[in-house]
Design a protein around this ligand. Sequence first.
Ligand code: ZN
Length: 163
Amino acid sequence: MIQKGSVVGISYVLTNPKGEELDRADREEPFQYLHGAHEMIPGLEKALAGLSVGAKKQVTVSPEDGYGNPDPKLVKKIPKDVFPKDFPIKAGIQFEADLGGDGNGMVYTIKEVGESVTVDGNHPLAGQTLNFQVEVMSVRKATEEELSHGHAHGPDGDHDHSH
Ligand code: ZN
């Protein structure tokens, strides 16, 4: 049963209220996470608690329990010459930068290009209601190492240690 300290593998299809697919994890390549470690959005984690392998569930997550509501302060207008000469300044392009000047780099998406460039640092899914069709593929106890790291490790025990 899924509880705090479980390493869970799920397959899912994520759609928006219009029924457009935004993301998916197939049954052959499930998404793995450590339950209770805030590795995934709270609304989905809550809905999965107590489920067992094979359980299927339709979960609707509000923006508050998902990626939050967009913060208007994260939408900024910046001059074109801030970008490197060879940078493709086009709507939809994403880049990482510390525009707030607080030492924390964030991912921004270019929204509009005019005299200046409008960029948005909100998560692309902020403000959206998310529908997940989930199936629980695996549940196991986390290892000591995973618990101390606060995340699930892959099948070979190796993973990106950039954290
Ligand atoms: Zn680790």
